[in-house]
Design a protein around this ligand. Structure first.
Ligand code: NAI
Ligand code: MG
Length: 478
């Protein structure tokens, strides 16, 4: 039975590389029934601000598999990124980007890179919740959830297991962000215990990124939060030296999207010279996802054999290493000619037949903790000296809440601040319960007194303990 998939030909080189890819899929006997939708430039031009039409969503919801060519994102305001829209609307939580160098067949600065970046795709600083709060200060909310961490980390381990990978490295900045990144690291430690056959380690993201750029062969699978993963996946792609060679997958519980890592390359569009490999390898990932590992293996090995034969598109053509400078269609023909062949220099690829990786049903249910309100951080837009603010806020305490400390950009400035600390107009004033706990009514009454005193409060954050453990960080120097 043929599996329906949704296909979009995209813009620029998109139609050329998609045609080449679909030809290879067909010749390899992929059991698929493509359904074509239109996305990108022309859809934007028709007034759909996200570059996709309502009817296209129906197809995606029906097929749940999306093979997508790159599109040209219009410049200027009013347009939304199609990728971000698709990713968020369909809950594509995992971004998977394998990065491999093909030394000595393709010139590369790092001969033995074979790393897969598994990037969390929905949370972290990319939730897009930003506010300007004062004249001087803007903020971006970094949201990290336990189920979100568990999903992506479990996915990384399942991916490693399904693909014969030996090691999963977690990267975070939990020495600084103890609650958010700390949660990610902690969930990693919990989940890894279920995969004893896979080696693991954790690196702080800054040294981790540096090592990935200089010693990429130390890495196998890397799992990390959204922002770090965005940066790491470009570093990893770059160190293989392969602009047109990378495929990627965006995986959700219901739908998965597969695409090349590069864009629509308008500079070479229509010339028939683009490298279709990135999209073809994305299609290979798609075939594995829909349980056609046999076809994926045939295509991937034929593709490796084609590279080995020195049949190279212009982007990777090299006077010493290449024998033929092939156009897009000729390259696809060369892959088709080699279907059934196996590479000689590279180890042949093997894909286990089997079900797609599914972690949805395996996420640990949340057990509500005993949550207690123990105080409130009141943020003020205010100009002046910390001492004066501290004195004024002492007068506003009482009724169960007392001012405990004031910080500015996270650094404690009252009581006993340092005159050297630079202060903006954004003050975090921490009030804590005089008894064991506080009530919402006490917080509201406090805000009433703060407002009546003419102080401009711009937001509050409640201080809770969860089963007695503080759910908030201390001010630096507190
Ligand atoms: P790009 O990846 O399209 O091109 C960068 C350079 O790499 C160009 O010199 C191009 O000719 C070359 N290149 C890219 N893919 C190639 C291939 N398969 N074969 C041979 N050479 C290739 O990035 P750029 O120029 O920054 O963006 C062009 C357009 O693509 C923009 O509108 C951008 O918004 C869009 N874009 C779309 C993406 C998507 O749909 N997923 C991802 C990235 C960019
Ligand atoms: Mg990026």
């Amino acid at each position: 039975m043929n599996v329906p998939i949704t296909v979009a030909h995209g813009d620029g080189i998109g139609p050329e590389i998609m045609a080449a890819t679909l030809r290879v899929l067909e010749a390899a006997g992929a059991r698929i029934a493509p359904e074509v939708i239109e996305i990108g430039e022309r859809v934007y031009a028709r007034g759909h601000s996200a570059g996709i039409e309502p009817s296209a969503w129906e197809s995606l919801r029906r097929t749940r598999v999306f093979l997508k060519a790159p599109i040209t994102t219009p410049q200027g305001g009013g347009f939304k990124s199609l990728n971000v829209t698709v990713r968020k609307t369909l809950g594509l939580y995992a971004n998977v980007r394998p990065c491999t160098s093909y030394h000595p067949v393709v010139a590369t600065p790092h001969p033995d890179v074979d790393v897969v970046i598994v990037r969390e795709n929905e949370e972290d600083l990319y939730a897009g919740i930003e506010h300007r709060q004062t004249d001087e200060v803007v903020q971006c909310l970094k949201l990290v959830s336990r189920p979100g961490c568990e999903k992506i980390i479990r996915y990384a381990f399942e991916y490693a297991r399904a693909n014969g990978r030996k090691k999963v490295t977690c990267m975070s900045k939990d020495n600084i962000m103890k609650l958010t990144d700390g949660l990610f690291h902690r969930v990693f430690d919990e989940v890894k215990a279920e995969y004893p056959e896979i080696a693991t380690n954790h690196l702080i993201i800054d040294i981790g990124a540096a090592r990935l750029a200089t010693r990429p062969k130390d890495f196998d699978v890397v799992v990390t939060l959204n922002l770090y993963g965005d940066i790491l996946s470009d570093i990893a792609a770059e160190v293989t030296g392969s602009v047109g060679l990378g495929g990627s997958a965006n995986i959700g519980d219901h739908v998965a999207m597969f695409e090349a890592v590069h864009g629509s390359a308008p500079d070479i569009a229509g010339e028939g010279v683009a490298n279709p490999s990135g999209l073809l390898l994305a299609a290979v990932m798609m075939l594995v996802h829909i349980g056609q590992g046999d076809v994926a293996e045939r295509i991937h090995n034929a593709w490796l054999a084609t590279l080995e034969a020195g049949i190279h598109t212009a982007d990777i053509h090299h006077a010493q290493l290449s024998s033929v400078r092939a156009g897009t269609a000729a390259f696809a023909d060369a892959v088709i000619d080699r279907l059934g062949a196996r590479p000689a220099r590279f180890a042949p690829v093997r894909y286990a037949a089997g079900a797609p990786i599914q972690v949805a049903g395996r996420i640990t249910p949340t057990v509500p903790a005993q949550k207690a309100l123990v105080g409130v951080d009141v943020f003020l837009h205010w100009r002046g000296a910390a001492e004066a603010l501290g004195a004024q806020l002492q007068g506003l305490g009482g009724d169960g809440l007392a001012v405990q400390m004031i910080s500015n950009r996270g650094v404690k400035v009252w009581p006993q601040g340092m005159p050297e600390t630079f202060c903006t107009d954004h003050w975090r004033c921490r009030f804590t319960a005089e008894g064991a706990t506080a009530t919402p009514a006490q917080v509201l009454a406090l805000l009433g007194r703060v407002g009546a005193a003419g102080l401009d409060f711009v937001k509050t954050e409640h201080l809770y303990t969860f089963d007695g453990v503080p759910g908030f960080s201390l001010g630096q120097g507190q």
